[in-house]
Design a protein around this ligand. Structure first.
Ligand code: NAD
Length: 256
């Protein structure tokens, strides 16, 4: 599917994987709407790639509506990438040396609200706008790509809410793809392993933490680069024969 001259929307596009995706979609000829909470980084990136920044909290359905309508006014919206997300690490109960406190329900709800429900809301609203597009020769009107995580399959200590939210994204990928096929819209999910992004900045010693994490990867023994995820996301957008799939990009982390 050719996205030249189209618009694209990337949630979480101000940072990390989303920012790499925004650059890659712009390089493919799309005008990218960066939908993110972080105005400073979002506006800087929008200026760099000739895109547009839209301040969007993916838990606010009206802000999503405004962003997808703004994208469609620029050009037909043909790509939507759901990269907005937060991590969380708290044990289900009790305390231990690594995980500070128990997982309270408010924290659990917040992670699910952003990572899962935010992804679904953007998906349904983007699909509504995409369904108005003229189909290409293949009958395609658009493509949606979600970012899940290997935590959907291999959740670690403290990841109950994060794994539940990402497992939900994996679970909805195929049914949503089935729902949207009749409208000419494909849906795929990319599940990253450990990727070197600002998501780890909140840790006390992020560089040491990331170096240690890299040792868990089969090969190469390092964290992944955002660009290595972005290229797979772009493949999911542009490859007209990919639909309903979840693809891991993780350096073989489940194999060591
Ligand atoms: P990041 O922290 O660099 O970027 C996430 C972006 O999402 C930020 O710009 C942030 O402002 C935005 N965001 C957060 N909450 C939002 C909200 N409510 N509304 C709109 N924007 C919001 O993180 P990243 O590493 O690039 O992660 C991107 C996606 O990939 C996330 O869904 C994350 O869960 C997933 N992922 C990351 C890794 C990793 O190791 N980095 C691994 C697996 C999955």
């Amino acid at each position: 599917m050719d996205i030249t001259g189209s618009s694209a929307i990337v949630t979480g596009g101000a940072s990390g994987i989303g920012a790499a995706v925004a650059r890659a979609l712009a390089a493919k000829g799309a005008t990218v709407v960066i939908a993110d909470l972080n105005a400073e980084k979002g506006e800087a990136l929008a200026a760099e790639i000739n895109g547009v920044f839209a301040k969007v909290d993916v838990t606010d359905t009206e802000q999503i509506t405004a962003a997808v309508e703004a994208a469609a006014e620029i050009a037909p919206l043909r790509a939507c990438v759901n990269s907005a997300g937060i991590g969380w690490a708290q044990r289900t109960i009790g305390r231990d040396g690594q995980v500070a406190s128990a997982h309270d329900l408010d924290a659990f709800r917040k992670v699910v609200e952003i990572n899962l429900i935010g992804t679904f809301d953007m998906t349904r609203q983007a699909a509504t706008v995409m369904s108005r597009n003229e189909p290409d020769a293949d009958g395609q009107r658009g493509a949606i790509v979600n970012l899940a995580s290997v935590a959907a399959f291999d959740g670690q200590i403290g990841q109950a809410s994060y794994s539940a939210s990402k497992g939900g994204v994996v679970g909805m990928t195929l049914p949503v793809a089935r729902d949207l096929a009749a409208s000419g819209i494909r849906v795929n999910t990319v599940a990253p392993g450990l990727i070197d992004t600002p998501i780890y900045d909140a840790f006390p010693d992020p560089e040491q933490f990331k170096a240690n994490l890299g040792q868990n990867v089969l090969f190469p023994k390092r964290l992944g680069h955002s660009e290595e995820l972005a290229s797979m996301v772009v493949e999911c957008v542009t490859n007209s024969y990919m639909n309903g799939e979840t693809i891991r990009v993780d350096g073989g982390i489940r194999m060591p």
